[in-house]
Write a protein that binds this ligand. Structure first.
Ligand code: GLU
Length: 294
């Protein structure tokens, strides 16, 4: 039994990411689980600094007192596991561009996701050959309009229709939805605590876990951190990383205190430790609104 944190090494963790990591750690440890780290670097392999960013992310988690059970998993090293999983699925090639999907699909969901309208499922052999000549295909899984329901610790039952989503991108790289599910199964993750921007992708991912012969995890989606305007917190919002806070004279202990206050686990100015917070943590009392920073 294990929980996990799965950052992309695109930039340093900000207060919202650190808060989600803290909740994921508290939830895992307070339920007797291991806590694992996965570096989601499929999109950053060509980014030279990605390795350094990932190292700083690990240092920042350690500075807050969030201990990780080894080994750390790097998605860029798991290509063969993804290929093996894809070979077990019923997939078909898709030549659609984003624009074609936008034109053919119904309006995007609230999270911006556009369910695939099934264009390439119905492609004639001659059309397929024509498109094959100009564009490398992505691979989509045939979901047949399945319904999928997950249980989220805070949101309760969440259902969704599973579209034929992409499992291999047209550059040959495993798609996020595939990699996340294959890795969670391989890492023994049975508790997925992450930002609630991913709540709507959980029915799709749970469906895929079952297709691959696994059990979907218990989900726990944490409200995101937002700036004063209500937009998702970003690096440009000021002193949002541990390094930024340190430059203001606030060490990791002070930041942990700030995060604890935001989670109703401590009073302002109180000295806390991660282990101490674990004693106080009760998931039923987690604030359900976005955390407004600044
Ligand atoms: N890598 C994703 C992110 O940084 C998280 C994926 C997940 O937790 O399933 O937002």
């Amino acid at each position: 039994m294990a929980g996990r944190f799965a950052p992309s090494p695109t930039s340093d963790l900000h207060l919202g990411n650190l808060r989600t990591a803290l909740v994921a750690w508290l939830l895992a440890r307070s339920t007797g689980r291991a806590f694992r780290l996965r570096i989601e670097d499929l999109d950053t392999q060509r980014v030279r600094a990605a390795g350094e960013v990932a190292e700083r992310q690990q240092r920042d988690l350690a500075a807050l007192g969030l201990d990780i059970d080894p080994p750390v998993v790097w998605q860029s090293r798991r290509t063969s596991a993804y290929a093996e999983a894809v070979s077990a699925l019923d997939t078909y090639p898709c030549y659609c561009t984003r624009r074609e999907i936008a034109e053919a699909a119904s309006a995007p969901h609230g999270d911006g996701y556009r369910p695939y309208p099934g264009t390439c499922l119905r492609l004639s052999a001659s059309h397929r050959a024509e498109r094959e000549a100009t564009r490398a295909p992505a691979l989509r899984v045939r979901a047949g309009g399945a319904n999928s329901t997950v249980v989220d610790l805070w949101a309760g039952q969440v259902s969704g229709v599973v579209d034929d989503f992409v499992v291999v991108r047209n550059d040959g790289v495993a798609a996020y939805n595939l990699a996340v599910v294959v890795d969670d199964l391989a890492m023994g993750i049975d508790q997925v605590c992450r930002g609630d921007d991913l709540l709507s992708s959980s029915p799709r991912q749970a469906w895929l876990a079952r297709q691959l012969g696994g059990e979907p995890p218990l989900y726990a989606h944490v409200p995101l951190a937002v700036n004063a305007r209500g937009d998702r917190l970003a690096k440009r919002d000021g002193a949002v990383t541990l390094a930024d806070q340190a430059a203001l004279g606030l060490g990791p202990r002070a930041v942990l205190g700030l995060l604890a206050v935001s989670l109703d686990l401590a009073d302002p100015g109180e000295q806390v430790t991660a282990a101490g917070l674990q004693q106080r943590f009760d998931p039923a009392l987690l604030p359900r609104e976005p955390w407004v920073v600044g």
